[in-house]
Write a protein that binds this ligand. Structure first.
Ligand code: C2E
Ligand code: CA
Ligand code: CA
Ligand code: CA
Length: 275
């Protein structure tokens, strides 16, 4: 079946040919990326809006390929389509815990993004448990960020896994909250701890537009369900003040810190001031 398509390339315009070729290069590059040591992680602090304290870090994957930093927006999609994300995602989980472990004091968490493909694997819960045990962290120090859409793909199965993870003590955050189309009614059937308000609602949010109402609605929903709320993509003082006025619990964004390699965490302003 592999050869079948080859001759057809000539039927396409050069641009499509180029796109296919680039896609193929991405795919074969991704296959080698772990072994070739081309992946690394950066970490972005998450902050308590009342106290200003760092309450966690989100791990974000970076791919340096042929001297080019390829954005996750480009390669994660290819990794998901090819299921390479299952291997890559596991590498991220393991490495993120390992690198941030020295910073996991008190209630601080390391938040790791989990792709739907990872969550769907039957051995997912077990692999999380193994990672926790191998690194000897508290299960409550790990938070998994799962998008709304990922949960809707296979609701019953996902719900069951989240329950098992929460039973272990692992925290669950719903990422990009508000951008999917999840029925709010189903949220109460899910074992989650936190809602993560998508950046798009934070960026263009002032008193006159609906985005602020969406944030407000998310906060009151969370209050009713006993969940925490974190706002992502916070860039300005105005946004911080708005979120504080609305009694949002946590925030993350360039205003506070950009994502940095673990070795640079101690140099971040937020730590320099306090310690
Ligand atoms: P996300 O999970 O919503 O991550 C937040 C993105 O917003 C990150 O982009 C982060 O660098 C960026 N960001 C943080 N603060 C600000 C801000 O104040 N302003 C702006 N403009 N952007 C901000 P990044 O690192 O490019 O990641 C993009 C997406 O790629 C992530 O969105 C996530 O969906 C995916 N991703 C990244 N790492 C992983 C991973 O290890 N596994 C999986 N499955 N997906 C990942
Ligand atoms: Ca995330
Ligand atoms: Ca997000
Ligand atoms: Ca987002």
């Amino acid at each position: 079946a592999k050869d079948e398509g080859k001759g057809q390339f000539h039927l396409y315009s050069d641009d499509i040919g180029e796109a296919l070729e680039q896609r193929y290069r991405l795919e074969s590059g991704l296959k080698q990326a772990i072994v070739a040591n081309e992946f690394y992680l950066v970490f972005q602090p998450q902050v308590d809006l009342k106290t200003g304290e760092v309450i966690g870090f989100e791990a974000l994957l970076r791919w340096l390929h042929d001297d080019e930093l390829i954005p996750p927006g480009v390669f994660i999609e290819v990794a998901e389509e090819t299921r390479l994300i299952e291997t890559i995602g596991h590498w991220v989980l393991d490495r993120a815990i390992q690198e941030v472990k020295p910073w996991l004091i008190g209630d601080r968490v390391i938040a790791v993004n989990i792709s739907p493909k990872q969550l769907q694997r039957s051995d997912f819960v077990r692999s999380v448990q193994i990672a926790i045990e191998q690194h000897g962290i508290k299960p409550t120090s790990l938070e998994l960020e799962i998008t709304e859409t990922a949960l809707l793909t296979d609701f019953e199965n996902s719900a069951q896994k989240l329950a098992a993870l929460q039973e272990m003590g692992v925290k669950i955050a719903i990422d990009d909250f508000g951008t999917g189309y999840s029925s709010l009614g189903r949220l109460k059937d899910l074992h989650v701890d936190k809602l993560k308000i998508d950046r798009s609602f934070v960026v263009s949010s002032d008193a006159r537009n609906t985005n602020q109402k969406i944030i407000q609605a998310t906060l009151s929903l969370a209050e009713n369900l006993g969940l925490r709320v974190i706002a992502e993509g916070v860039e300005t003082q105005e946004q911080v003040e708005m979120l504080q006025q609305m009694h949002c619990h946590q925030m993350q964004g360039y205003y506070f810190a950009k994502p940095v390699p673990a070795a640079e965490i101690s140099g971040l302003d937020c730590f320099a001031e306090k310690q």
